[in-house]
Design a protein around this ligand. Structure first.
Ligand code: 1HN
Length: 344
């Protein structure tokens, strides 16, 4: 699919087309249908030791309430000014100091939190609070009221991931504020986990959050031992990987963001693979390195790494690694676009 050679007559024709908002497809086809995906997202690493003091500094400049959400956006250098960690996902690090409240609001975007540091922070979703502990994966379904607070002694810091860029593409993003700073809480803590997260399901009743899992906190205290158990048999490319599922149908926990955790035991190196989705990785525990294309990055606990789409990657653990991952894979699968390639 190479473009036809340019001649003066053709060029002159193209500029006349342009004045009528028309364009020659044959000049564009190659760019529109390349022989393989052309990733724009760049590999990137945010170090916890850089992020933490800066988000705490923001805490000295304005309150959570003033900010509405006091967050440092993780902006991929490929997308300056666009609030994108990858081509399709937004990510940031949010701070709530003891006694503060991030006021209740809701929006059409789906959000998740991966907790990096917390001593008694909570979020409320749909009339229920959950305490957020380090390593927990917490979901805010689309259009669910949510507010956050901190009853602990120290700062609470977590990574937010939202499907904002996807919503921007579809032009479906909007939200509203709650009349009250905090929504009223009508159910006991961990109610959702007891009703939906024990291998049991209510016999009757509607799905409370449409396509999103009704379990909104997947505690690390449960995930970690499951990963350790799974590591008895390692996959050469995925090591020990478990995905977070929706108990209603066994599918992904969220309709637009795929989430899973990978455990790479110390000394193990995964075989290179590439996938059509782009992935945000937060290090829950451990140290190691990742080779992304020809870039090698060394990381430690609570660092955040971007794996661009369709780029070879391989992890190596120098200490037992536990990685939280979020990608747009679920959207690729729904649209029949997901592909992966694995080195032998
Ligand atoms: C949001 O609602 C939160 O609820 C965090 O914590 C980050 C980024 C953009 C739009 C809404 C939150 C957000 C956000």
């Amino acid at each position: 699919m190479s473009a036809a050679p340019k001649t003066n007559a053709r060029e002159e024709f193209y500029s006349r087309l342009d004045t009528r908002s028309l364009a020659p497809l044959w000049e564009r086809l190659k760019g529109l249908v390349p022989p393989e995906p052309q990733p724009k997202t760049k590999p990137f690493l945010w170090k916890w030791d850089d992020m933490r003091p800066m988000v705490l500094e923001a805490g000295g400049l304005l309150t959570a309430e003033e900010a509405e959400r006091r967050v440092l956006v993780l902006e991929n250098p490929a997308f300056p000014g666009m609030s994108r960690a990858t081509n399709t996902l937004y990510a940031g690090v949010q701070l709530i100091m003891p006694g503060e409240v991030a006021p209740a609001h809701r929006h059409t975007q789906s959000a998740l939190r991966f907790i990096l540091e917390s001593d008694g922070a909570y979020t409320a979703v749909g009339g229920e609070r959950t305490t957020m502990r380090q390593g927990d994966f917490v979901i805010t379904p689309a259009w669910a009221w949510h507010d956050h607070g901190n009853h602990g002694q120290g700062p609470a810091i977590w990574m937010d991931v939202l499907d904002l860029p996807l919503g921007q593409f579809l032009d479906t993003g909007f939200g509203e504020h709650h009349n009250d700073k905090e929504q009223s809480v009508g159910r006991p803590e961990d109610d959702a986990l007891w009703r939906f997260g024990t291998g049991l399901m209510p016999m009757e009743g509607e799905r409370p959050y449409g396509q999103t899992s009704p379990v909104f906190n997947y505690p690390y205290a449960r995930t970690r031992p499951a990963l350790v158990a799974a590591a008895k048999e390692l996959d050469p490319h995925w090591a020990a990987t478990l995905r977070f599922n929706n108990p209603y149908d066994g599918g992904w926990a969220m309709p637009t963001i795929a989430t899973w955790m990978t455990h790479v035991p110390s000394g193990v190196r995964t075989q290179p693979m590439r996938t059509t989705d782009s992935t945000i990785v937060a290090v829950a525990e451990g140290r190691g390195s990742v080779t992304i294309g020809d870039t090698r990055m060394t990381f430690g606990p609570r660092d955040i790494v971007i794996l661009p789409n369709w780029t070879w990657r391989s992890f190596e653990a120098s200490e037992d690694l536990f990685l939280f991952c979020a990608s747009d894979r679920v959207v690729h699968e729904k649209l029949g676009l997901y592909r992966q390639e694995k080195s032998a």
